[in-house]
Design a protein around this ligand. Structure first.
Ligand code: SAH
Ligand code: SF4
Ligand code: F3S
Length: 452
């Protein structure tokens, strides 16, 4: 046991997708046996880690502006006789490696997403000189990552992410993920079931399975058989005490019949699906290497909605992919009108170094991209508002997670991840209750608990 004066403080700032959120917790777990304790106050930190995202240029550039601030902070700390080690993790670390240390000499340690289990050793090495570790090791990182202490999981709340699959073999022509996260790898079924059971034993009620391409999951079970995501979901549904399951992000190409049936069969699988289409023109989809047409996507949604009529859709869109004409863009607007998304993210195409899209000549001018994005976002925002308003008068199950800002208020999430606020006793925290929705605010829904 470490004495309190040996405790060191770790501050992690997380950028990017949910997988980085999951990974940041794993870094905390990896360093806990070394006497590191997570802090939310950067001034206290002996070690600052930026867990970075490389998906768009803006995301990557944020890291360097943050490093500018950290340099000044460290100087002040050193002048006062303290120390601050600075590490860069995540996808910028993987993509840029040595270049980060050249551009920002304040960085002591650069390490990619496949090296988090080696963190104690890397931090120790970095005391003696700069360390850059961006190999894709052959050993299973997850086997070597220590389990979180039960108290740590409890402190993290009632909902949890669980990475089941990493990397991507799809090579969409705009995307860096196959390069930053490497080839698709699925964790074995038993490892996932054990982790899920540990989470539930610590009070977790809802688990979101994560993967860059989560429905391409193909993990091995105890009998050596390959399990798809549907098989895994059925097995997780048997974990006693687990009340809700979600998964993200899925690719339309990997939505197989078994997975659609799982949506029909499993009540705890929430009727909310993030299934990005990116664009609504066959020519652009082809140029993006998405490997499906508009019609195939719409037919797929029909099948999913038949299996689970209350399902709502979420998506991602890119506007201004090289060669996108006004007509192509109208196709995107049309697919959004056809699908009616409950929620969606949309982005201007950002050229990423090393991807095939970056080499294309017919790049779309910035002002055209901005104008298209604005139009698309107006439509998507309207659809989100309409979807929220359509809940008024309905009853939805809500998992209550915490007290609200006002006296006597509780906040929870609907099956569609909408924040729901009610006036109710705090004893409802951690439970799922039926709530009748009576009004809709800008960000939340309001209602009353109807179950006793
Ligand atoms: N695996 C997921 C997406 C992961 S990246 C899928 O296949 O859908 C998350 C989102 O970022 C993508 O869906 C895409 O909309 C967006 N994105 C990825 N690369 C981008 C780029 N170069 N420019 C703009 N947006 C991008
Ligand atoms: Fe990127 Fe395409 Fe893989 Fe998604 S499926 S992570 S967009 S390459
Ligand atoms: Fe970003 Fe890496 Fe996730 S590039 S979106 S943090 S996989």
């Amino acid at each position: 046991m470490n004495k309190p004066q040996d405790m060191k403080k770790l501050f992690i700032k997380t950028y990017g997708c949910q997988m980085n959120v999951y990974d940041s917790d794993r870094m905390v777990d990896a360093l806990a046996p070394e006497g590191y304790e997570a802090t939310t106050n950067i001034d206290d930190a002996d070690l600052v880690v930026l867990n970075t995202c490389h998906i768009r240029e803006k995301a990557a550039e944020k890291v360097y502006s943050e490093l500018g601030r950290l340099r000044i902070m460290r100087q002040k700390k050193e002048q006062a006789g303290g120390e601050m080690m600075i590490g860069i993790a995540g996808c910028v670390a993987q993509a840029e490696g040595e270049e980060i240390v050249r551009r920002a000499p304040v960085v002591d340690l650069v390490f990619g997403p496949q090296s988090y289990h080696k963190l104690p050793e890397l931090v120790e090495k970095a005391q003696r000189g700069k360390v850059v570790e961006t190999d894709f090791p052959t050993e299973d990182k997850f086997e070597h990552l220590p389990k979180p202490k039960k108290e740590a999981t409890i402190a993290r709340g009632l909902t949890s992410f669980l990475t089941v699959q990493e990397g991507c073999d799809k090579f969409c022509t705009f995307c860096v993920v196959p390069y930053t996260r490497g080839a698709e790898v699925s964790r074995p079924v038993m490892q996932i079931l054990t982790e899920a059971q540990d989470l539930v034993d610590a009070g977790v009620k809802e688990i979101t399975l994560l993967g860059q391409n989560v429905n391409a999951y193909h993990g091995e079970d105890a009998n050596g058989n390959t399990n798809g995501l549907a098989d895994l979901l059925y097995k997780l549904a048997d974990v006693k005490g687990l009340e809700r399951l979600r998964y993200t992000t899925s690719h339309p190409r990997d939505m197989d019949d078994a997975l659609i049936e799982a949506h029909r069969d499993l009540d705890l699988l929430m009727p909310y699906l993030h299934l990005p289409v990116q664009a609504g023109s066959d020519g652009i989809l082809k140029a993006m290497n998405r490997q499906h047409t508009v019609k195939e996507y719409l037919d797929l949604l029909d099948r999913i909605r038949k299996a689970r009529p209350d399902i709502a859709m979420s998506g991602d869109f890119i506007v201004g992919f090289p060669g996108e004409t006004d007509e192509d863009f109208e196709g995107t607007m049309q697919i959004v009108r056809d699908v009616e998304y409950a929620q969606a993210y949309s982005f201007k195409y950002s050229t990423r170094p090393g991807t095939p899209g970056a080499a294309l000549e017919n790049q779309v001018p910035e002002d055209v991209k901005s104008e298209r994005l604005q139009r698309l976002q107006e439509l998507l925002n309207q659809q989100q508002k309409d979807f929220n308003a359509s809940r008024i008068g309905t009853t939805m199950s809500v998992l209550f997670e915490k007290a609200g800002r006002e006296e006597g208020q509780l906040v929870g999430r609907s099956p569609y991840l909408q924040p729901v606020q009610v006036q109710a006793d705090a004893s409802h925290i951690g439970t799922i209750q039926d709530v009748e929705i009576d009004s809709v605010g800008k960000f939340s829904l309001f209602g009353n608990i109807v179950t006793q």
